[in-house]
Ligand binder design. Sequence first.
Ligand SMILES: Nc1ncnc2c1ncn2[C@@H]1O[C@H](COP(=O)(O)OP(=O)(O)OP(=O)(O)O)[C@@H](O)[C@H]1O
Ligand SMILES: [Mg+2]
Length: 241
Amino acid sequence: MDPRIEVIAKRLKNIKRIIAVAGGKGGIGKSSVASALALILSKMGHKVGLFDLDFSGPSSHIILGIKDYTFPKEDKGIVPFEYYGIKFMSIISFSGENPAPLRGIDISNAIIEFLAITQWGSLDYLIIDMPPGIGDATLDIIRVIKRAKFLLVTTPSKVAFETVKKSLELFLELKVPIIGVIENMANSKNTFIKDKLNSLSINYLDKINFDKDFEASIGDIEKLLKTNFAQNLKEIILKIR
Ligand SMILES: Nc1ncnc2c1ncn2[C@@H]1O[C@H](COP(=O)(O)OP(=O)(O)OP(=O)(O)O)[C@@H](O)[C@H]1O
Ligand SMILES: [Mg+2]
């Protein structure tokens, strides 16, 4: 029995909602959704934390334009630094721009260590930006944060959906709470994803259209908040709050 697991429950006890943004495939918009979700909730007046759990491809700091990510303050653990009101934690505070190659057991250890030592304090929402797939990170979050609810992202592609479907089947089997699925980079009136989710009795939250201006807003919070992407996501947030 790892004593850190007990500590994690204590560390997270003053967080009202924990949302893990996940999905099967890479590059489908998980980090974009997680970062913008944290930003919009914070702008709405909520106390928000954002934990980038993608150790090999951390991206949230790039999307939000966080450049000054020095080693966090220590005080009975580590205290996440605040950026535009968001408490932010990522491997980049420790590895900087360098690669952080980790094997399975080391990934688990790093996740558990991060969760055991981070002082989030009291939050309305902790958003977790998950790496792709149902690997170590997903299995660990399910195991150590039973309260985490999963918000899944897919694209309209059959290929992306087949992979997200595997995550959904795993979550259903393990009785992991699923908030619903966002269809990102949507570009047509095609109802393929919606129909498939209906047949699995999974909540289809809505689509976020492909936004040609999104890329140019990366790293600039004010621009990002004005994109159609953010507008679409805001409407989804109002449904799940
Ligand atoms: N709705 C959208 N419209 C246009 N571009 C988008 C949209 N959503 C995401 N993107 C772009 O897609 C790319 C991948 O997004 P992102 O990094 O959020 O994906 P990811 O699923 O987190 O990837 P990874 O699996 O590598 O973590 C980014 O360049 C982002 O700008
Ligand atoms: Mg990502």
